[in-house]
Design a protein around this ligand. Structure first.
Ligand code: FES
Ligand SMILES: [Fe+2]
Length: 366
């Protein structure tokens, strides 16, 4: 089941160029293209003549032209040309979806267009700040349902097992990480602290740490589909973390931002739009590329686990699954989605339980 009344990432802006781009989102086939002024349009990928996918056609000055018999549709889905006919038959139109381009993404609203509210778009200004946060990005297709992808991001204790050789490092460090989890109005936010710990290989490669570090991770889930992450490390014992600040000018400081956009393709497959931004050596493009390659390798490791996990759960759906201490943020995230689905269906009013909040403050070093 999906939350429909929400903005979903349909593509990176730079994926939509001269050719139409066909993609399935929340189970629905859509086609993305740009009009002659460069504005983005998203239509149902089904011609209203004989049902051919419009994504097999071409972008033309008046819109998108079906590749079968040449009907042309404008950005609003209205048929504006039937080759050889003087007039367009009444009702010749296809569904158009509200779409917005922001922060290097194309966002699409898959629900009731009346509720498409631009003010609730998730903001990610770092994509527009290449001086301080140069970034690279990728679209990864996962044969895994979106909830499993979200679970993966909400429980970072997997880093020490799945990503030992990149961003993870020592497994015990992750298991023993100090954590604070706080429910937010539209999701959950958690912080992890690994003080006086051995830096993971990606961090060492980036800034050449020689000794132990104080390491942090801040993760926010904005339901139903965005995870915003800030990670870093600084030489151990500097005390900088005590004020929850860091100093990027220091040589022994590593910091990166990750954006994870989770868009269901079907119940069991997902488009994963992610970016990595370099916050430690911004003037060196090779540092940004090296970080991107490290993270790409990391997410390929997740892909292997997630796809195998999805297969196994489809094969054996009924066996028990238990919860452990690392599941707190994951449970909050799932509940945030449940609340949105419940609200959307109007079937029930979500009852908040006080036990869902774990807001006890945690001081660094505790
Ligand atoms: S199916 Fe599109 S023009 Fe005929
Ligand atoms: Fe991972």
């Amino acid at each position: 089941m999906f939350v429909r009344n929400a903005w979903y990432i349909a593509a990176w802006s730079d994926e939509v160029v001269e050719r139409p781009l066909g993609r399935r989102i929340l189970g629905e086939p859509v086609v993305l293209f740009r009009d002659s002024a460069g504005a983005i349009a998203v239509l149902q990928d089904r011609c209203c003549h004989r049902g051919a996918p419009l994504s097999l056609g071409d972008v033309v000055p008046r819109g998108i032209q079906c590749g079968y018999h040449g009907l042309v549709f404008d950005s609003a889905g209205q048929c504006v040309l039937v080759p050889g006919d003087h007039k367009v038959p009444p009702g010749a139109r296809v569904r158009a979806y509200p779409a917005v381009e922001q922060d290097a993404f194309v966002w699409v609203w898959m629900g009731d267009p009346e509720h498409a509210d631009r003010s609730i778009l998730t903001q990610y200004p770092y994509h527009n700040d290449s001086r301080n946060w140069p970034h690279q990005h990728q679209t990864l297709h996962l044969r895994s349902g979106y909830l499993l992808v979200l679970d993966n991001l909400m429980d970072l204790s997997h880093l020490g097992y799945v990503h030992k050789g990149t961003v993870g490092g020592d497994a015990t460090t992750h298991v023993e990480a100090k954590m604070r989890t706080v429910r937010t109005p539209n999701g959950v936010r958690f912080e992890r602290w690994m003080l006086d710990s051995v830096p993971p290989p990606t961090y060492v490669k980036a800034v050449g740490f020689k000794g132990k570090v104080d390491r942090w991770q801040e993760i926010e889930f904005v339901a139903p589909n965005a995870v915003i992450q800030w990670n870093g490390a600084i030489g151990a014992g500097t005390g900088v973390l005590r004020d929850w600040k860091y100093d990027s000018a220091r040589e022994d400081c590593f910091s990166m931002r990750l954006f994870h956009g989770i868009t269901p393709e079907t119940e069991n497959s997902t488009f994963y739009f992610w970016s990595s931004a370099n916050g430690y050596n911004q003037n060196d493009p090779s540092a940004t590329t090296q970080l991107f390659e490290e993270i790409a390798r990391t997410f390929e490791q997740d892909k292997v686990v997630l796809e195998a996990q999805q297969q196994r759960l489809l094969e054996l759906p009924d066996g028990p699954l238990v919860e452990i201490h690392g599941d707190a943020a994951r449970i909050h995230a799932r509940r945030a989605i449940d609340r949105l689905i419940a609200k959307e269906s109007g079937a029930m009013r979500y009852e908040h339980r006080a036990s869902e909040d774990q807001t006890a403050p945690l001081k660094p070093g505790e």
